[in-house]
Design a protein around this ligand. Structure first.
Ligand SMILES: [Zn+2]
Length: 213
């Protein structure tokens, strides 16, 4: 089994990297998607997760790791995985290492997307979204032909609350605080593969391909 972990702040282009690796045969494992899937299928685990979320509690590290373990078990041995949004805490990382070890394997690489906060803020705060079709524009990098109006359906483009500078700053702070221990942990193991995510999407794409070779 090959296991790659993807770390990076919101707006750094994790989707691009996930696409590149999907083309290379990696199965994309997003724990957010797994949690939603368990809830949708109403499994015992899903019911437990939903109850916790409804009470505003976090899903425990054990539950998250257990979910990932199940995915790996059902996939069999010969697989390539990209983990996105997991591990999220140091405790998860340690439990995960234990699981991989017992399977006689380990994490191969941790791709760390690095991008200055200012660049991310410019990227995200300039986004404008069509209220009808959801098409996303950027005031500077991908503007609509006519300002404030969607090219596809002529509907209004809005600045989503998520794309406000203050909200973005908060998310970046949370990311930095939460991820710092993980970065230190994987750095100590020599697994970090830094990628300059301030480059264009195409440049990020080719950097990842080159480094993985
Ligand atoms: Zn539209």
């Amino acid at each position: 089994m090959t296991a790659i972990i993807l770390l990076g702040p919101p707006g750094a282009g994790k989707g691009t990297v996930a696409e590149v690796l999907a083309e290379k045969g990696y199965t994309h494992i997003s724990t957010g998607a797994l949690l939603r899937e368990q809830i949708r299928l109403e499994t015992p685990l899903g019911m437990d997760i939903k109850a916790r979320m409804d009470q505003g509690r976090f899903v425990s590290d054990r539950v998250v790791v257990e979910m990932v373990r199940e995915v790996l078990a059902s996939a069999g041995g010969e697989k390539k995985f990209l983990f996105d949004g997991f591990p999220r805490t140091l405790a998860q990382a340690e439990i995960f290492d234990g699981i991989l070890q017992s399977e006689g394997t380990s994490i191969d690489e941790v791709i760390l997307l690095e991008c200055a906060d200012d660049a991310i803020i410019e990227r995200l705060s300039g986004r404008r979204t069509c209220i009808k079709c959801g098409m996303v524009y950027h005031v500077k990098y991908n503007p609509a032909s006519s300002a404030g109006v969607c090219d596809i359906d002529g509907c209004e483009l809005i600045h989503r609350p998520d794309d406000n500078v203050e909200t973005i700053r908060k998310r970046l702070d949370v990311y930095a605080e939460r991820t710092a221990p993980l970065i230190a942990y994987y750095k100590a193991k020599g697994l970090i593969l830094p990628v300059d995510a301030s480059q264009s999407i195409d440049a990020v794409r080719s950097t990842v391909l080159e480094k993985l070779r």
